[in-house]
Write a protein that binds this ligand. Structure first.
Ligand code: DNO
Length: 362
């Protein structure tokens, strides 16, 4: 594996490349052209400029998160081919700039969904949290207004104000889309882009739906082992793979994370590693919050997750995922420097211990 950190670009991130470079073992960033809209072509010049900036700081671009998919592609409307052609052009330009990993998602309307961005934990840190009773009370059209106060003045991925201003239209677009239709449209998209991925050796890594079930009546398909295998077999190409995100699949406790990792051997192109704390697992009252990466701080056995990645011979980029807000940092919720740096150090430690104990036969 290669340890990396997500960086939103110097105009949008409170964290600098210089700070990232000082996290032990981090030489790669996962980044994006954050001011592009889904459906837009990324020019080779802009990609090159981003690459030059990262390289000037002594690092490299380990992958893109995300090149977002236009809703026309997800709903399969008449103009989808135009947006797919634009996507292909973006992939070509990335390939020409020697970038070989693209993370994306196929979630309708909302990307990840939480009900709080700054829940105070027992230790005074603040974290993102999800509460089913609160979701059930929210009118989805007001979701953005409820959350935007807690965004610390940042633009959060998937919750861009321009998109949220069109929320009614978006719901309208998806009114006839069920899980089967979404699978069909994903297949159509993947079939069209695989030739360019083969040509430039680009690994597509679909991000799971977070949380891993339908919210607000919208279908969500990348939620469990069965569905990911369906996605991979319907377009059976090694470049059609996944982002294994422990915090997203882990929202459903029926997902056995180490088992899923083993079953995806060879098709995990990117890993997001984080821990969650479940406070209530009763359906209808489900409540969880994000925890520190340390196993003992949450519900997951992080050792078993990292060990499964080690055992399948995972060589791709890995990143600590959402961190808690600690030490009075003011940053994009989930994406401050301090707790993600602690997460990187912890995962590096687990990896080294697992690697040494296995190679030395301990
Ligand atoms: C949230 C992220 C997601 C993820 C996208 C990938 O913090 O994990 O926004 O980047 O779903 O396209």
């Amino acid at each position: 594996m290669e340890m990396t950190l997500r960086w939103y670009g110097s105009k949008f991130d409170t964290v600098t490349l210089k700070q990232i470079r000082q996290i032990p073992g981090v030489k790669g960033v996962i980044t994006t052209l954050y001011d592009t809209q889904p459906g837009e072509v990324w020019s080779r010049e802009r990609i090159k400029a981003l690459k030059d900036e990262v390289e000037a700081a002594g690092m490299h671009i380990a992958g893109i998160e995300s090149v977002n998919i236009h809703d026309a592609i997800k709903v399969g409307s008449a103009d989808r081919d135009m947006y797919i052609n634009n996507y292909i052009e973006t992939l070509e330009n990335l390939g020409k700039e020697d970038i070989h990993l693209v993370c994306y998602n196929f979630m309708p309307v909302f990307d990840w969904t939480r009900t709080e961005l700054a829940r105070v934990r027992y230790d005074g840190s603040t974290v993102l949290a999800y509460n089913q009773e609160a979701i059930d009370k929210i009118n989805p059209e007001n979701m953005f207004d409820c959350l935007s106060k807690e965004m610390n003045g940042t633009v959060m991925p998937g919750w861009e104000p321009e998109r949220m201003a069109k929320i009614k239209e978006l719901f309208e677009m998806y009114k006839d889309i069920d899980a089967e239709k979404l699978f069909e449209n994903l297949k159509y998209f993947l079939e069209k882009i695989m030739p360019v991925c083969d040509k430039y050796d680009i690994n597509m890594a679909i991000h799971p739906d977070d949380p891993a079930w339908s919210v607000f009546g919208l279908p969500r398909i990348i939620i469990n082992e069965e569905n990911i295998h369906r996605m991979m077999t319907m377009v059976d190409n090694p470049h059609n793979g996944v982002t294994f995100c422990s915090g997203s699949y882990g929202t459903n406790l029926e997902n056995d994370l180490p088992h899923m990792i083993r079953s995806l051997k060879g098709r995990i192109h990117f890993a997001h590693v984080r821990n969650l704390q479940f406070n209530c697992t009763e359906p209808g009252k489900l409540d969880f919050e994000e925890a520190a990466h340390l196993s003992a701080d949450g519900t997951f056995d992080m050792y078993e997750i990292v060990k499964a990645l080690y055992e399948i011979g995972f060589t791709g980029p890995i990143r600590p995922d959402h961190g808690r807000m600690i030490w009075d940092e003011v940053a994009m919720p989930g994406y401050g420097l301090y707790d993600r740096a602690l997460g990187a150090a912890y995962i590096n430690g687990l990896w080294e211990a697992i690697e040494k104990s296995q190679t030395r036969g301990l």
